[in-house]
Design a protein. Structure first.
Length: 134
């Protein structure tokens, strides 16, 4: 009788441990599926030739990536509708340039006016732009 009790207790602990290990991934899948995306046009101009250019959304989701080019770039990206944010990274080919380098990012959300932001740095650009939600 004691052995059966221990067996059931062990099974219960194992079942709870397995359930807690599965729950976070299921929650993540539900969250990923429930995020609404908004299609948005973009244009990106650079002051010099870049080794790479990358635009990312929340959670590190790559929106756009280009290597060995000076641009300009244009296309479409999918931004999170409720929390639109763009992480911009530009690594320049020539790092010995004097003065600041810049990137000009223009976004054209559907049905809204075009918005523009300048990113400026003496070296590599690694910045974030939190967009208005209205």
């Amino acid at each position: 009788m004691l052995g059966v009790g221990l067996l059931l207790a062990g099974w219960g602990i194992l079942h709870l441990a397995r359930a807690s290990a599965v729950s976070p991934s299921e929650k993540t899948d539900v969250l990923k599926a429930s995020v609404e995306r908004e299609r948005c046009g973009f244009g990106l101009k650079l002051s010099a030739e870049a080794e790479f250019v990358e635009l990312k959304g929340r959670g590190g989701r790559v929106l756009f990536r280009q290597e060995n080019s000076g641009g300009p770039f244009a296309g479409m990206v999918d931004l999170d509708a409720e929390d639109p944010v763009v992480f911009v990274a530009v690594k320049w080919k020539e790092t010995s340039r004097e003065g600041s380098t810049f990137a000009k990012l223009a976004l054209e959300p559907a049905g809204k006016p075009t918005i523009t932001h300048y990113f400026e740095a003496p070296g590599t650009i690694d910045d974030v732009w939190e967009l208005p939600t209205e």
